[in-house]
Design a binder for this molecule. Structure first.
Ligand code: SAH
Length: 374
């Protein structure tokens, strides 16, 4: 008689969360719950197209079914522990997950597009010497649900439900927040499949860019299996220097990394690989560096993104001067590559690389240990 026994109702905290399940996982969950297959499609629509935060809003489902779902499942998003808006319109959310860990998500509105910068890990293991996140301890990978939730929270805050088909605010996603997305490949891939689903969040792979410090074996998989745009944090043109700036280079040196880029599935002149290059005064910013960069990129459908170094307290680098950056950009541009200088955004809300989270952690530490500064 097991078949007719009521399924025990879990306590609130232990109800499984339906947000973050992919299509197959959601279908399997609902099948185990005894619901018909079309119910999974209806729920998918409510969760990822309409952005429902409550089962009671799902008016195409019977009231009794909604109540049953609410008794057994959660639709929970992470808590927004801080939300800031810059004078330039950049918005930033510090999200807190159930275990208390936090990450940041940043929204950068521009004239022609709106880009959401999403995190893939809490902290980072790469220890790039110019990056503030590298000074924070890696705590853990984000789950697929926690990655997807960052986009859903942005849509909540921007009032952008149901998922619009045109005139969107969030047009582009970049995995350039905290963490190395290719060290959390499975969860990132699962999350992006949900994000790209045309009946859900519906953001096309052409509008998604994954940024990596160069985890060579995962680069090919990323191109073949998810097919998003690739950005590579190059930052140096000689192994000896890149070993110091991006220690992962000791494992996957420049030549191997560029080979993986040359063979990246889907790269073409219409879909170029972005090479990110942080401008560090007197370190990697000479005209000879720019000429070597151009030589290295030969044969790769590439564009270059020059990023003025964003200083943080105690950082061992300074940003190159405007004139040096302009001269560098001119050399790359003259060789036929677009080489825009990224404008710093949201400086007043510490929107760069791990800064808001660090400021918050510092503040809390200070509050907890008022005498330690003495
Ligand atoms: N781990 C991934 C994605 C996160 S970093 C990667 O390495 O690509 C996103 C970009 O910001 C990278 O290009 C990174 O090198 C750059 N970055 C990190 N700290 C910076 C700083 N202080 N100033 C300017 N750019 C920085």
């Amino acid at each position: 008689m097991y078949g007719v026994m009521p399924i025990p109702i879990p306590s609130e905290a232990r109800r499984p969360n339906l947000i973050g399940l992919g299509r197959a996982a959601l279908a399997a969950e609902l099948a185990a719950f005894g619901a018909q297959p079309f119910r999974a499609r209806q729920l998918w629509h409510w969760i990822y197209h309409r952005g429902a935060t409550d089962f009671s809003a799902m008016t195409s489902l019977s009231k009794a079914f909604r109540e049953e779902l609410a008794a057994h499942y959660a639709l929970s998003r992470p808590a927004v522990s801080r939300a800031l808006t810059s004078i330039d319109g950049t918005r930033k959310w510090l999200l807190r997950f159930a275990d208390g860990q936090e990450v940041e998500t940043v929204y950068i509105p521009e004239e022609e597009r709106g880009t959401l910068c999403v995190s893939s890990q809490v902290g980072c293991t790469l220890s790039c010497t110019f990056c503030h996140t590298g000074t924070q301890r890696l705590v853990r990978n984000l789950t697929a649900a926690e990655i997807v939730a960052q986009i859903m929270i942005a849509r909540d805050a921007l009032g952008e439900w149901p998922s619009p088909s045109n005139d969107r605010q969030v047009t582009n996603i970049v995995l350039m927040g905290m963490g190395e997305p290719l060290f959390n490949y499975d969860n990132v891939a699962e999350a992006l499949k949900i994000v790209m689903d045309p009946e859900g969040l519906a953001i096309s792979r052409r509008k998604i860019t994954l940024s990596t410090a160069g985890v060579v074996p995962a680069i090919r998989r990323c191109g073949a299996e998810i097919g998003v745009n690739l950005a590579v944090s190059l930052h140096a043109v000689r192994d000896e220097l890149r070993d110091r700036l991006v220690p992962l280079n000791r494992k996957y040196p420049i030549a191997e990394l560029l080979d993986a880029c040359r063979n990246y599935p889907g790269a073409s002149n219409a879909r170029r690989i972005t090479f990110e290059y942080v401008m560090l005064k007197g370190v990697n910013d000479s005209p000879a560096d720019a000429r070597e960069l151009v030589r290295l990129l030969a044969g790769i459908p590439a564009k270059v993104n020059l990023i003025p170094f964003n200083p943080w307290p105690g950082a061992p680098y300074e940003c190159s001067s405007q004139a040096t950056i302009a001269a560098f950009s001119d050399i790359v541009f003259a060789a036929g590559y677009s080489a825009p200088v990224r404008t710093p955004r949201g400086r007043d809300i510490l929107a760069a690389c791990g800064q808001l989270k660090s400021a918050t952690v510092r503040l809390r530490k200070h509050e907890l240990e008022p005498l330690s500064a003495a």
